[in-house]
Design a protein around this ligand. Sequence first.
Ligand code: ZN
Length: 88
Amino acid sequence: MFILKGIDQLTNAITKAKKIRPRVEFDRFGRYRVSGSKGYYTVICRKDERGIKTVECTCKGAEKGLVCYHAVSALSLHIGLARQMATA
Ligand SMILES: [Zn+2]
């Protein structure tokens, strides 16, 4: 799990995601399934009551607090959906 602070922390993972292009499946708003080397990982994007945004992924890297390409792949979909909801 990591706390989303800004785009800078995501740059490396975005580069990797663009190369690998994982499949992202929508489960429900804030919950996505992303294809990885060993099957699908679940990514959960949350915002708590203080406005702190966190992203969780079930892969090994995310367990150690790393920003993985699964998380950023799901996050790009999540941010797009959140924008749509805000402007609807
Ligand atoms: Zn991951």
